[in-house]
Write a protein that binds this ligand. Structure first.
Ligand code: C6P
Length: 414
């Protein structure tokens, strides 16, 4: 599948870039510097090929047909479940539920686990830095059950204040939802420590891994979390696919999330019984092509090596932080000690959307806005930020292009 030619040893970013056809283009006559990876990453040729080969050669529905193509598609789909299990260090393949991504995963847990386990007086604890996907499903759950939502505050660097977090863990805390890496601040949370604290208080813990899996190695066994969510499109895979890891005993005891085909053992008008894990939570025809693309993305990340990716991105983060912070009028938003390669900032006197638009004309793609984390914006007293977010194929030259473009914005508004 892969067409990579990267030598073992040195990190050859140019070789990585060659695997991503979209990066070869120019926009507005300028080389594209794609720095919006927290929104979605680009896809290597191996992922694109996995999707198109499925449609060209083995398209069929899975788990249903007795014919050759269906058996092939089923085997390929289930093989990705094994890859995903190993990728996040889960103990059992039935703990991997293929879904649309993190949003669907959190909603599944809130509805299927939360509604049957929470009642009036119970509490759900999250943090100020959560993405709306890890806020709103819990608010809906609280409205439905009479439970209350509690929020652990963050400090001026964008780090969770651990003493406050621990103080908010109480006897009635049933669920804790925390992000592994903040999409707006870049903070890498001390999730292992936070999970251990929550478990000491008997809470069930969900970790939002949307921003983590393309940048750092994840081991759900070592983390000891109950749920971990993955968005495929943020880790080189197609959009519309991801998965939920769930601890087996908890998933087994949970009622289904959605009803339909594939999630049943038998159906009659008198009584329907449900399928085993993981099919119990995979109602209807899934995104088969997407899952195959996800398998190719996992292969690609494993081949390049997440430790090497992390080291490369750390270098980019240091370089970019130094360059951007030195520009007069820049205020960094998110200065945690442990950070992923995400740099959020504002520029004095210029609206972030204007910054984003001018950067775009220079070929530099960033995101400007609230990043679906409005409580973070409120905490820092800004309406929006500009966010540059890096991935394994970005270069120091692209950071230089970003710096030049920000300086142009300053000149333009001076
Ligand atoms: N953040 C961003 O530009 P989905 O859309 O379901 O794959 O993931 C939602 C989500 C959940 N948690 C975190 C920490 C996220 O960053 C995201 C998606 C994108 O930052 C789009 S808003």
């Amino acid at each position: 599948m892969g067409t990579r030619m990267m030598p073992v040893g040195a990190y050859d970013v140019e070789a990585v870039r060659r695997d991503f056809p979209i990066l070869r283009q120019q926009v507005y006559g300028k080389p594209l510097a794609y720095l919006d990876n927290a929104a979605t990453t680009q896809k290597p040729q191996g992922v694109i090929d996995a999707v198109s080969e499925y449609y060209a050669r083995s398209n069929a529905n899975i788990h249903r047909g007795v014919h050759f193509l269906s058996e092939q598609a089923t085997a390929a789909y289930e093989a990705v479940r094994d890859k995903a299990r190993a990728f996040v260090g889960a103990a059992d393949r039935s703990e991997i539920i293929f879904l649309r991504g993190t949003t669907e995963a959190v909603n599944l847990v809130a509805q299927a686990y939360g509604r049957s386990n929470l009642g009036p007086g119970d509490e759900v604890l999250i943090t100020t830095m959560e993405h709306h996907s890890n806020i709103v499903p819990w608010q809906i759950l609280c409205e439905q059950t009479g439970a209350a939502l509690r929020v652990a505050p963050i400090n001026d660097d964008g780090e969770v204040i651990l003493e406050e977090y621990e103080r908010l863990l109480r006897e009635r805390t049933r669920i804790v939802g925390i992000t592994h890496i903040s999409n707006s601040l870049g903070t890498i949370n001390p999730v292992r420590e936070m999970i251990a604290m929550a478990r000491r208080h008997g809470a069930t813990v969900l970790v939002d891994g949307a921003q983590a899996t393309a940048h750092t190695r994840v081991d759900v066994g070592a983390l000891d979390c109950d749920f971990y969510t993955v968005s495929g499109h943020k880790m080189l895979a197609p959009t519309g696919v991801g998965f939920l890891y769930g601890r087996r005993q908890i998933l087994d005891a949970m009622p289904p999330y959605q009803g339909g085909g594939d999630m049943i053992a038998s159906v009659s008008f008198e009584k329907t019984t449900y399928n085993r894990l993981p099919q119990k939570f995979e109602a209807g025809t899934p995104h088969i092509a997407g899952v195959l693309g996800l398998g190719a993305a996992i292969d690609y990340l494993q081949e390049v090596g997440l430790e090497r990716v992390a080291a490369h991105e750390e270098d980019l983060l240091d370089y970019a932080t130094q360059k951007i912070a030195a520009i007069p009028g820049v205020r960094l938003v998110g200065t945690a000690q442990r950070k992923a390669a995400i740099v959020g900032f504002t520029l004095e006197q210029v609206h972030p959307h204007d910054v984003g638009t001018i950067l775009d004309r220079e070929g530099v793609a960033v995101r400007a806005g609230h990043h679906c984390a409005q409580p973070v914006m409120e905490r820092f007293g800004v309406a929006a930020t500009v966010r540059a977010s890096f991935a394994l194929y970005n270069t120091r030259e692209e950071v230089d292009a970003l710096e030049r473009a920000i300086l142009k914005v300053r000149e333009f508004f001076a």
